[in-house]
Design a protein around this ligand. Sequence first.
Ligand code: ABU
Length: 624
Amino acid sequence: MSIFSSQLHPSQVNSVPLMSSSVLSSLLLSSPDFSTPLNSASLQSAQLSSLLRYSQVLPTPLKSSPFLSSQLHPTPPQSVALLSSQQLVGEERSGVVSTGLKTSTHISRHRSSQVFCTPLKSVPLLSSLLRSRTSSMASMLTGLKTKRALVGSPESPVSVMVTILPCSPTIDLHVLGLFPITGEWDGGQSLLTAVQMAIEDINSRDDILPGYNLNLTWSNSNCSAGRGIRAMTDNLYNGPTRIVIVGGACSTVSQATSQASYLWNLVQVSYGSSSPALSNKARFPKFMRLASADTAVTSMRIRMFKQLGWSRVATIYQNYELFTLVNDNLLEEFSKENLTVVTSEVFKNSPVTQVQRLKDKDARIIVGGFYPEKGRHVLCESYKIGLIYPRVIWILIGWLNVKWYMEKDVTIDCTPDQMARALEGAIYTGFLYLDPFDTPTISGLTPSEFTLHHWMRNNNKTLPGDILASQGYDVTWTIALGLNATMTTLRETGSNKTLEDFTYTDKALGDLIHSHMLNVSFQALKGPVSFDKNGDLIGYVTVEQIQDGERRMICVVREDQEGTLDLTLARWEGGVPPKDGVLTYTLTLTLSPVLYGFMCTLAALGLLASIAFLFFNIYNRKVK
Ligand code: ABU
């Protein structure tokens, strides 16, 4: 079974068949001269079986390649891909290939290294260089396109990309990336890898941007508007002309930078910013995103509240436009649906007072809007004053990192266990980031293959931003397809301009790129992707719940789909959803008429007796 056709969780990777370095090595060393194309005669049976073993870990299209199916290569190969084991463990071998040839970054478990592409005349040089290394490993796979594969031992698998590239000089198209590696939300750590993976895959394709090479330079935006602006301008004033900006992730950064980037004539495509404000084309004319605005979950939230019998809801949110706009939208919809807003608390720095007010107002269902850093403070304070499950259910946005509440934070004094207790039962409403049907994408990679390779690429670690890493990959394909379509139009219309002619002042070419980007539609990791007139994505929304400390999917619906949500997978203490407040009962107690009449008669007789005794006492007052 091919690992590419199976649904593997990264932790299962050790159980799949792997191509050992010795297999690759034998392939290299068995060919005395790499200028001689491989043919059936030069392949020993052991090598054939090695190749066939390798084919077991290759995706189906590779298995059916002429080379593997017939063991004959009909025409002399034009280029080869060479990997060395030293590269896989990180030794630099740059400079091996003469300049002017296309090289492409290749991934390893340990660090990036290079797959060199070279015409056959250069191969003997490379071959001897590789042979001089004791543990060298190389592959010569002719007639094959670039594919990801797993090599190494089962205990220590390495994700590699084997590449056969056209060996003609290519022109760099420079893309500027803005990633929050640190800051209030640091998801750029994971997204950067996803973008780099997509760039490698795109550069290895000869049908996307032929003759061009996408080249990413990136900066840490620190999830801060100021740092983002600084990073963008530094890059735009220095170095080569950038043709597009990828990012930011944090809306604070995207809003600040995209109010300026269009003045450089640049299209900016975000892989994560979800502020509703960013749909405003008057403010952000050339901004697009693969993320939906967070207001897209409002209707689903309200349907869910009604289904669960919750009509008293409180909100608490951080003072950023991203959260205030979502809160305003929610309150507006609440009033239309006659739902009660117990209180709506906003905070900038410390949320202590606001959390206490939630308790004073007996808030039970609380919608929170915050970045993880401030969110941890809210949760810790809530725990301290007893706002925890099952008394309280938090309703949060889905893009928060899976374990955001347990990330190391010296500014709070709650333990991870206490934080987990406070968040148990919480509901996340968010967006679908990976196609649940595992449909192969335009790159040939399926969502499960992406998850596996991305996880390995990050040294088998879970990183902040993992949850939406697929959007980094998809956004890069959006950019490549948009540029590819622009290139085609320029050629078909006989324009004397090319993509590399782009300048920060060429409005016509800038607008052409923008319009082609908006028209992009393709099968992405998150499913079919297309954009509305505002450059926003139309996607799927999800409900998840924290059950026993784990985030579990409850249901998925299209953003614009009406109707009842299937919440049967939600779990509650006692089997029923908690109440949204203290229950107030009005009881009317009635007496039976007979008892009432009897009591009234007794009362009247008592009254008459009292009056009679009064008169008796007055009348006899002088009697001694
Ligand atoms: N999607 C993660 C970051 C959210 C935002 O700042 O828009």
